[in-house]
Design a protein around this ligand. Structure first.
Ligand code: KG4
Ligand code: ZN
Length: 373
């Protein structure tokens, strides 16, 4: 029985991406991804400057079944071939989670197949196991998504010890909020990172919060405020210059960043680069501190911010010096997707930690600490 092939359908709907995937495994062999499909709602939410939960839920409803058909067709399977239906149970937006959970449980009930609710961050954490060069346990994990920034010690599937986390904003939020005040839309992380490539990371002096705190916690709210103040200062200086006045020496109090988009491109690129440098430096130094504290020689980076090129370059360089191996998910699996949910379900089932059940009365967990698993 254990050695029979098992096909998991995974459904992700915790935020603004609907993801569906099929993962298969046999015995103790590493599960493999057969197909995955994704629909991003970013264009829809952009007009509002952020995710509108109600609209997100409604859109997940429209997408889940067509995406399911897409992955089944792509891998030459039918619904009848699915052995287990997995879905994101939390954390995330309650209404959005309910859509994935509802569809998964309805499919399970209709097919008489067991279902399994998966932790979204465990999905991110285990997503590097979908890559050609998967990590080995134990490792330190840097989880950097839009809503979470955590360092974990990972000794195996389901064996997670929280080493440190953000006390306010997540790294992704620091990217997104800074990008927003620079007029880069939502989610601005990738756009800010693109601008940063043409900028000077040393141009503006920005804080590195909690860098020397002596623990592994993060804080990014103050950095966002410092970026805001710097942007206001740049706008005020440019306005003064245009009016033939001397640049204001004092910090503009409550000034606007409205004219930011009209500033010379190099200035904007420089602020983007300085912002990214501050975030990346903190993430890199804290990751190194976590490796030192645990004595581990492997680092896994997961979550949307893990797609950031500068973060990857600097982590790779710092870790190479210390003979530490760094693993990332494939670039397209860094942000939310169904593959990581199907994979996490497969790895949990395979490890014997959990069983899928024919319990179709579901609940979701919008708040759900990973180390409580
Ligand atoms: O993991 P994810 O897809 O969603 C959550 O679970 O939150 O992460 C999304 C976050 C957003 O904040 C987005 O701006 C950020 O990841 N992000 C990036 C990059 N790509 C995505 N931040 C910086 N540089 C990138 N290249
Ligand atoms: Zn995520």
């Amino acid at each position: 029985m254990v050695d029979e092939k098992c096909l998991v359908l995974g459904i992700e709907s915790s935020c603004d991406e609907t993801g569906v995937a099929l993962v298969q495994w046999q015995g103790q062999a590493m599960p493999t991804l057969l197909s995955h499909a994704l629909y991003s709602q970013i264009d829809m939410h952009q007009a509002f400057g952020g995710v509108v939960p109600e609209l997100a839920s409604r859109d997940h409803i429209r997408r889940v079944l067509p995406l399911t058909n897409e992955v089944l067709e792509a891998s030459g399977r039918t619904l009848a071939d699915v052995d287990i239906v997995a879905y994101t149970r939390g954390p995330g937006l309650a209404g959005a989670l309910l859509v994935g959970a509802g569809v998964a449980c309805a499919l399970g009930a209709a097919l008489d197949k067991p279902v399994l609710g998966v932790h979204h961050l465990e999905g991110h954490l285990l997503s590097p196991f979908l890559s050609a060069d998967p990590p080995q346990f134990p490792f330190v994990a840097l989880l950097v998504s839009g809503g979470h920034t955590q360092l974990m010690r990972v000794d195996g599937v389901g064996r997670y010890e929280l080493l440190g986390e953000t006390i306010d904003d997540a790294a992704g939020e620091a990217f997104d909020k800074s990008a927003k005040l620079m007029g880069l839309g939502y989610p601005g992380g990738p756009a800010l990172a693109k601008m940063a490539e043409q900028g000077d990371p040393t141009a503006y002096k920005l804080p590195r919060p909690l860098l020397h705190s002596g623990n592994l916690d993060f804080s990014f709210a103050g950095l966002k405020t410092a970026v805001l103040v710097q942007a206001q200062r740049m706008v005020a200086s440019e306005a003064a210059l245009a009016a033939g006045l001397p640049a204001p020496s004092a910090q503009p109090n409550g000034g606007s960043t409205e004219g930011f988009g009209a500033l010379p491109l190099q200035q904007r690129n420089d602020l983007a680069a300085s912002t990214q440098a501050a975030i990346v430096e903190v993430l890199v130094k804290k990751s190194l501190a976590a490796l030192k504290q645990t004595g581990l020689q492997r680092l896994v980076v997961a979550g949307g911010v893990g797609a950031n090129r500068s973060l990857r370059e600097q982590l790779n360089a710092a870790c190479a010096k210390r003979h530490v191996r760094v693993h990332y998910p494939e670039l397209h699996l860094c942000t939310d997707n169904g593959a990581m949910i199907a994979m996490a379900a497969a790895m949990r089932l395979q490890s014997g930690l959990q069983q899928a059940t024919r319990t179709y009365a579901f609940d979701v967990k919008p708040r759900w600490p990973l180390d409580s698993l």
